[in-house]
Design a protein around this ligand. Sequence first.
Ligand code: R5P
Length: 294
Amino acid sequence: MVIAGPSPGSGEIAGSIARGLGADVIVAESKTFPDGESYVRVPQSLEGEEAVVVQTLSPPQDTSVIQAMLLADAVLGAGARKATLVAPYLAYSRQDRRFLDGEPVSVAVVLRALHSAGYSALYTVEVHKEASLAHFPGEARSISPYEYMARRVKVEGDLLVLAPDLGAVGRAERLAKALGASYDYLVKHRDRVTGEIVIEPKTIPAEGKTVILVDDIISTGGTLAKATKLLYQQGAREVYALVAHALLAGNALERLEEAGLRKLYAGNTLPKREHPLLEYVDLGPLIAEVLSSG
Ligand code: R5P
């Protein structure tokens, strides 16, 4: 039984996952109390069922996390024998270590909280760092979407897949292999206090190439916009981007447009936005396939 959580973006992907599983969907009821507290309710018995709660941890992330926790208790209270969480976007995954003294390892806190709320299994799509999932005391899996998304990419020319930093080079390798293209990476630094990004002017064999930048997430668009501009300066013919999670904070789309990006392919792990730059790939069938095999 699939239970669609109330966070923005959960309903559509929950429906797609349920179709892939051949399962029924129950839409969780929700409201916010006048004082700001969250309320959820599963409106039918789940006696003896395995409950797959689909709740992406989309903005407002803190509310989404709390609703996911409340849903674990709700489905177990409604009789489910097991509660599995599918959180296509795992919020807080980028704070995966103490970059500055006194900081928390936020992803560890969130994963432990979800487990203690009642989930014994957790599935997500392309967590920022795979190793973070070790903080979840149960079964946890991150689904890589790049090979699946490659089938939907329609670009022509001499392809080069690029990661914006060394940490994402594995992503570039997966996508490049699926597209039969070469791959490389740029060198990015981020100021941990101001958030300012600097991409080193590393020379990439971009001359005349159709470049596809690949990353796990786009938030403000700073990383991809800077990389796009650098690549055009280095002679790229066209620049595209592909990400698992399109958070698109603030004026991210305008920044990408202004940089000259041709298209942004994104998974539907977060609420969709309408924009000529954007093309979404439904990851529901892929998640369903992994859930049924796992
Ligand atoms: C960071 O390591 C991530 O992989 C992304 O590159 C980053 O979070 C993107 O953020 P923004 O779009 O704000 O540059």
